[in-house]
Every structure is written in C-alpha cells, then in structure tokens.
Design a protein around this ligand. Structure first.
Ligand code: NAD
Length: 438
C-alpha cells in the first residue's frame, strides 16, 4: 500500500515485540490522532507536557518521535471524505502504541461509531480504564483517595455486538417466530430484539489480560463483575470462565476469595492475587462505600461502560478520566470524554483525560519515571488552585486558566524537578493510613 499522507519520522525507531513483550527503543515512533472538536486543543497541550516530562526524567536520553495519523474530520479533509483511512489503521497496528483525542460520532442511522470501528478492526478487545484520585481535585466523596482501581471492560461482545432487530421488521418477525415457536420463549408481541453473545474466548482473553496486569503491577485482587444471578448463561458464564482462567493459567499466582478464608484465615498470602466476583448492581454501592476493597475489575461490555463512568465521577469526572483500548499488544490510548464541540478551539477545556491516558501510555511502555513525574507534578498545580474552567467552578478561590495555560503551569512544575522516591513513599503511606483508619 502506498503511503500518501503520513510522514514517518526519520530519527525514530519502531516499537517491536519479542517473546510476547514490547521492546521500546529510546527513540520510539508513536502515533497520535488529534481528534475532532476540543481534540486539537488538548493534544497540543499534552504533547508539550509528555515531552517535557520525558526530557526531564531521562536527561534528554529518551524522546518520542511523534507521527500524526488522521481519523475523523481531519481524515475526511485529507482522504477525500474517508474518516478512517487504511493507512491510519495500518500505522496504528505497525507502531503498536498510539494515542488519540475524541472523535465525532454523527447521531442517526447508517454510521457506526468510529471508536467502535477502531476497536473492532484492530481487535482492541480490552478497554482499560484506571481510576485513581489526584489530591486537590474536586470530588463528591469524603474519601476519594481510597479509590485506585483499574477497570478492564470487554470491548467486542455483549449487547454491543450490534445484533439487534427492530420491532416489526421482517428480521425481527423471523427471530420472534423462531424463539416463540421453536424455543418456547414468551415475550410481548412486537418486541424489538437484541442478542447478547458472551463467549469463552472473549471472556477468557479479557480476564487473562486483567490478571496479567494485576501480576505485573503487584495489585491485590481481580474482581469479576457480572449479573450472573439473572443472566446465567452469559454473565454467569463470564464469571465461571474467569475463575477457570485464573485456576488453569495463573494457579501459582492466584487464590479465590473462598480459599482466602477457608485456607488462609482471611490473611492474603504474599505474592498471591485474590480472585473474587461481585454482582454488577452491588459493585456500584461498594465502590461508593468500600472502594478500597477493589483493585483490578474485569467485566463485560455494558457493565464496564456504566461502571467506568460512574467510578470516574467519584474522583473528579470525565474531564480527567484516562482510558485505552488494548489488543494482544497494539494499544490506542484515548481521552474518554467526547469532542465537546461548543468548546472547540477555545483553548478552554481540561486536558486531564488525555494527559493521564498519556501517563498510562508511558507506563505501558515501561517509562515509569516520566509517568511518575507528571502524576506527582499534577497535584502541585491543583494545590495552587490553578485549574481549567470545569474545576474552577467547583472550587472556591480558584484561578481559572486556559488549556495551554494549565500545560505551562504543569511543565514549569515538572521542570523544577521532584524527588520521586520521597513523594512516592509519602503517597503510599497516606493511602495506607487511610485504609487502616477505615
Ligand atoms: P462530551 O464529552 O463531548 O461533552 C459533554 C460535556 O462534558 C461538554 O459539554 C463539557 O461540558 C464537558 N466536557 C467534556 N470534555 C471536557 C473536558 N476535557 N474538559 C472540560 N469539560 C469537558 O459528550 P457529548 O456532548 O455527549 O458528545 C460530543 C461528541 O463526542 C459526540 O459526537 C460523541 O459521539 C463524541 N464522543 C466521542 C468519544 C470518543 O471519541 N472517545 C466519547 C464520547 C463522545
């Protein structure tokens, strides 16, 4: 395929995979898609912040060579109306790690969400949403600092599979007839019908990824969230397949919650991750009342959709919630909010969601020092009450700044340098203290 609009940076090298691991050079080429609406504003700000943090963390020895890719409205302009060009898709696959701003999804029939298309075409089967609290960010909870979870939401199955039949359509009539006459199902006439496929393959690869993450990041537990008490052969099966993966593939690293109490007297053995499950409706309560009992969460598409937004709201809302869609290796990190068209090109909105998606991206690449620099510099800016409009209206005495103004403040904190080890210890101790107090 002839490359027509993309410029591969000449000084950069591609990330590769060896023995199932990412090999990240010091000069990796990473793809970025500005996105539509507020996308360019937040992307410009974040590129400056990530670059500054990397430069500071590695004394200029490491540098990302950014390569712009096009999707959405920007692609339509360059590729004759094509909003998801083949060469963008191929580059996302080839570069392995990329980051994107939000993309417009026109409302109405005949147009599948670009984000859904992206996930399906690259088989990015896990939507990974870490939710943690940053000191000073306005939150509706008394103890938002107790929240530190990573949600793995299955991206390809469930009622999102798009198998739906409109009430009264010939297709719906056919399925209705089959279900009523051959399967003995009973439901009201003319009901629109949707299918909820949940497979062992889809469930197991998602839970596998969540457990692998938990092991790599020394997390305490993986909770399977499901509504298996009602939907036994879909949600209940997800739960069972989840336990099966844990037992069969990670037996040395995991114990079940039941074993924790029956064999270990409730005391978690060193190096073991507890696999447990919770019913979907209860988890919403628990994440408000006892959030520190949860760590990594693995769940199906629809539950994950609701849950990740709800938990994000507990620590400050969508404006700063990061996310990523990840396949076996290929990962596209993204802002989780939309294009907020009324704020487009006003240099006004909060860059936090994209910023922290970039932090997760740096962690995914193993560039932890750079990621930590941003994570630790951020609360220092918030503590000074220097914030964008969305936070300013929730704080008293805030100094409202623009998107780029916020980036300037954060970069200046990053450039001052931070004693990472002292701050990390302090943060960990504070969390431990809170947990003990509770
Ligand atoms: P939205 O997230 O774009 O905006 C809703 C409101 O949230 C905004 O009006 C604004 O008040 C606030 N907001 C959003 N991002 C913010 C930020 N960074 N800082 C401060 N405030 C922020 O949701 P919407 O209006 O429902 O959707 C607009 C478009 O975005 C639609 O076309 C939709 O399909 C698309 N969308 C894209 C993605 C994605 O690409 N991942 C996700 C959701 C929505």
């Amino acid at each position: 395929m002839a490359v027509t609009q993309l410029n591969y940076p000449v000084d950069g090298s591609k990330i590769t995979i060896k023995d199932n691991q990412l090999i990240v050079p010091d000069n990796p080429i990473l793809g970025y898609i500005k996105g539509d609406g507020i996308g360019p504003d937040i992307m410009h700000a974040c590129l400056r912040i990530w670059d500054a943090a990397i430069k500071k963390a590695y004394d200029g020895q490491r540098k990302i060579h950014w390569m712009e890719l096009f999707m959405g409205e920007a692609a339509a302009e360059k590729y004759n109306g094509n909003i998801f060009p083949d060469e963008t898709r191929n580059a996302l696959q080839e570069l392995i790690v990329s980051i994107k701003g939000p993309l417009t999804t026109p409302v109405g029939g005949g147009f599948r969400s670009l984000n859904v298309t992206l996930r399906q075409e690259l088989d990015l089967y896990a939507c990974v949403r870490p939710v943690r609290y940053y000191e000073g960010v306005p939150s509706p909870l008394c103890h938002p600092e107790l929240i530190d979870v990573v949600i793995f939401r299955e991206n390809t199955e469930d009622v999102y599979a798009g198998i739906e039949y409109q009430s009264g359509s010939p297709e719906m009539r056919k399925v209705e007839k089959f279900l009523k006459e051959e399967m003995g199902a009973t439901f009201f006439d003319d009901a629109g019908l949707g299918i909820k496929p949940i497979s062992p393959f889809g469930s197991k690869r998602l839970v596998r990824k969540a457990i692998q993450y938990a092991i790599k990041n020394k997390r305490e537990s993986v909770t399977l969230v499901h509504k298996g008490n009602i939907m036994k052969y879909t949600e209940g099966a997800f739960r069972n397949w989840g336990y099966e993966v844990a037992r069969e593939e990670f037996g040395d690293y995991t114990i079940t919650e039941e074993e924790l109490y029956s064999q270990y007297g409730g005391k978690q053995p060193e190096g073991k991750i507890v696999i447990k499950d919770r019913i979907a409706d209860i988890i919403f309560q628990l994440m408000l009342l006892r959030p520190n009992e949860f760590d990594v969460i693995a769940t199906m598409n629809l539950n994950g959709d609701y849950l990740s937004d709800a938990i994000a709201a507990e620590v400050g809302g969508m404006g700063i919630a990061p996310g990523a869609n990840i396949g076996d290796h290929v990962a596209v990190f993204e802002a989780t909010h939309g294009t907020a068209p009324k704020y487009a090109n006003l240099d006004k909105v909060n860059p936090g969601s994209l910023l922290f998606s970039g932090v997760d991206m740096l962690e995914y690449m193993g560039w932890i020092r750079a990621a930590d620099l941003i994570t630790l510099a951020y609360p220092k800016v918030i503590a000074k009450k220097i914030v964008t409009y969305d936070f300013a209206r929730q704080m008293t005495g805030a100094k409202e700044v623009s998107t780029s103004g916020f980036a300037d403040e954060l970069i200046s904190e990053i450039e001052k340098g931070i004693d990472l080890s002292a701050l990390r210890k302090e943060r960990k101790a504070a969390i431990e203290q809170e947990r003990n107090d509770l």
